[in-house]
Design a protein around this ligand. Sequence first.
Ligand SMILES: [Fe+2]
Ligand SMILES: [Fe+2]
Length: 280
Amino acid sequence: MRDVFEPLTRDERRGFRERYLAELRGRDGEADVKARKLALREELFREIQATPIRLSGPPVVDQAVFSRNERLRDPEPGLDERTLWALAVAKTNRSERFGVEYAMARKGDRAFPPDDPRTYINLEEVYHTRILRDVVETIGLEMHMQPPHRITRWAIQIMARLPHAISYMLIFDGELAGVAMFRLLCGKARELFADQPEPLRRIESLFQQILTDEIGHVRYAHSTLGRVRLAIARLMLRPLVRSLISDVPEFERLFGRARVMEEIWRADLSPLPRLLAATP
Ligand SMILES: [Fe+2]
Ligand SMILES: [Fe+2]
C-alpha cells in the first residue's frame, strides 16, 4: 500500500485539480454558494427524510444522559459503549464545522472561489454535521449543535490566518485523522447494531458519504504538498491527533489512542484511484 506521506509524481500532479473538480461536480451536482447548498446532496437528504429508519425496541441510549454529556468535554464515568459511540459521533465533526464556518464568516463568498475544489470541500463540510445528526437520529437521539472546546476554537482561528503553505500541512493531518475516526465509528456501529440490519445499513451509508468526501479532502490537501511539507506533516501528525482526541475523549474510551494512530497509518486512500491516474 502506498504511504500517504509520499508526494504525487509529476504525472499524477498534472491535471489533478481538474480531475478532482470533475469528480466533485459529478458527485455533488451544482453548487449554490448563496444558499450554501449542493444540488445532489439536497436530493439525497430529501430521500432520507422521506424514508426515516429507526432502531426498533426500547431506546438503546438515554436521551437525557446523551444531552447532558454532549455539553461536557469529558463524559461521565460508567457510560456504556452505545452512549460513548453516540457522543463520539456527535462530537467528531465539531472542529471541522467550526473551521469552515469561521472561514465563511471571515471571507464571505471568497471562501467559495468559482471553479475551485475548495468550494465543494467547504460545502461538503456543511453537510457533514447534518449527516451525523441523521446517524444519531437513526438510533433515536436528537443531537444539539455544540461548538468545539475553547482551546480548539482558538487553534482553528489561528490556523485560518496562516498562509496556505503552512495551514495545508495541518489540514492534511486533520483530514487524515478524520478519515480514521469516521472509519472507526462506522466499524464500531457494525459491532453495536449488528442485530438491526436495516438501521445499520442506513448508518453505514451515511458514514460512507462522509468517508468518500473526507478521502477526497485528504487527497486534495495532499496534492498541494511536496516532499518537504509532507515530511513536516508526518512529524506533526502525532501531536495533532493527540489534541483532536483530547477534544473527543470518547474515542480514547472506546478504542484507545493507539488504535486511532494505527488506523491512520493503515489509511488506504484508494477509493478514488482515478484522481491519481496520469492525464492521458
Ligand atoms: Fe468533515
Ligand atoms: Fe474534511
